[in-house]
Ligand binder design. Structure first.
Ligand code: FES
Ligand code: FE2
Length: 430
């Protein structure tokens, strides 16, 4: 559990809050590249850390991310004309380039324009892995670009989507670092059930409830869920938490004993304190490209079936996620269609910001406890003028691996070569 004060500290990310200043030290996914498909195309509204922004791709293809409201008299620049290397407000024609410079003021005679005195907030962006990332912190503290391994493979080998989740980012992230729920909540009741879900044939459904072991590192932590399989075997599934909101999870044996060289993950990016945007990604680290099934596994279903305009789920809190009680009896553990929707349903069901002072955590929640400790420390580090973990490059080549091993094997040693190609853990705290 957390005190009410600690809960506030971790869940609030507006500018000027300790959690918000902490969060502004990282590159943040702002939108998908495909939302800005062409130069001089339509601008897109973006909400990040409580700030309302507008993104546009200029004539040269560069992405601008500006405060949404025009500094003249505050009209929304989302209405703007994206033309000739800038976004022009339709009210009086003031125009801004991707760096936030005012380059024209149509409503003033040329001799009276005061462009040089006007600047709009503009955040630096990079495009990596089909995502436009933004950096909203102090310029001199900008971390190296967010080159997760999945972003560095060929386009045929990676896939990314996004889904709006209607609750605070932290309770959503906590669901992603919680191996104990996965084979319970997401299981199908029988192997022949068609609906998306984890097959009873998967090792982590067949195994017993997990022992969780967490190793902290300079990027966050790695943790393993170790499940007894019987016949002197165990199944180890590893995850990485890269601060502040990244989960990388092993996906080699999602459906049973057939191996796929596949790793997946999510980013839970705060839009404001009561909403987050979840980026869902998967990649193949083998020779073969991803197939359609792999891609659906990442988004937990065909994206156009699951989300509507604005990336809102069709099954959402206003329609009780279309829970089907009959299906809950006969098909899937929840009776809700879609693995990600199942996660969102329980997390949104807690209310916009869960009251963590009322929880009762157990050993299976070890990774969640570790996550909160790291975040509290990270926030404090930034408050004291330091650099938080996860702003280096040590996470670039991390892989999350799962494997069946003889019971009692030192799984860290057995999996180390595959997990840490270049990155090395700096400390182990069991
Ligand atoms: S409000 Fe934008 S130009 Fe006047
Ligand atoms: Fe889940």
């Amino acid at each position: 559990m957390l005190t009410a004060e600690q809960n506030e500290l971790l869940t609030r990310t507006d500018a000027g809050t300790p959690g918000g200043e902490y969060m502004r030290r990282y590159w943040l996914p702002a939108l998908l590249s495909e939302e800005l498909p062409e130069p001089d195309g339509e601008p897109v509204r973006v909400q990040l850390l409580g700030e309302r922004l507008v993104a546009f791709r200029d004539t040269a293809g560069h992405v601008g991310l500006l405060e949404e409201f025009c500094p003249h008299r505050r009209a929304s620049l989302w209405l703007g004309r994206n033309e000739e290397h800038g976004l022009r407000c339709v009210y009086h024609g003031w125009k801004f380039d991707v760096d936030g410079r005012c380059v024209d003021q149509m409503n003033e005679p040329e001799s009276m324009q005061f462009c040089s005195k006007i600047h709009i907030t503009a955040y630096p962006t990079v495009e990596i892995g089909g995502i436009v990332w933004a950096y909203m912190g102090p310029r001199e503290k900008m971390p190296p670009p967010p080159k997760f391994e999945w972003t560095q493979v060929a386009e045929t080998h990676r896939h990314v989507t996004k889904t709006w989740e209607e609750c605070n980012w932290l309770q959503a992230l906590e669901g992603g670092l919680d191996t104990s729920h996965a084979p319970i909540m997401h299981r199908k009741l029988r192997p022949d059930v068609e609906a998306a879900g984890i097959s009873p044939a998967a090792y982590f459904v067949k195994g017993k409830a997990p022992i969780v072991e967490v190793d902290t590192s300079d990027y966050g932590y790695m943790y393993g869920g170790i499940r007894e399989l019987g016949e002197d075997r165990m199944f180890v599934r590893t995850y990485h938490y890269v601060m502040p909101f990244t989960q990388i999870r092993a996906s080699q044996y999602l459906n049973g004993p057939e191996f796929r060289p596949k790793i997946s993950g999510h980013y839970w990016v705060p839009m404001d304190d009561e909403n987050c945007m979840v980026y869902n990604w998967v990649y193949s680290y083998g020779d073969e490209p991803l197939n359609d099934e792999d891609k659906e596994d990442a988004a937990a279903g065909p994206q156009n079936v699951y989300v509507d305009q604005g990336y809102r789920k069709r099954r959402n809190k206003d329609n009780s996620w279309l829970i089907d009680r009959q299906a809950q009896k006969t098909q899937t553990f929840t009776g809700i269609v879609g693995i990600n929707t199942q996660d969102h349903a329980v997390q949104e069901s807690m209310g916009p910001i869960v009251d963590r002072s009322k929880e009762h955590l157990g050993p299976a929640d070890k990774a969640i406890i570790a996550l909160r400790q790291l975040l509290l420390r990270g926030v404090k580090t930034v408050q004291e003028g330091g650099d938080p973990p996860g702003t280096g490059e040590s996470y670039y080549w991390l892989r999350a691996i799962e494997r069946v091993l003889p019971a009692g094997t030192d799984w860290r040693a057995a999996l180390a070569d595959e997990i840490y190609e270049q990155a090395m853990p700096v400390g182990v705290n069991g």
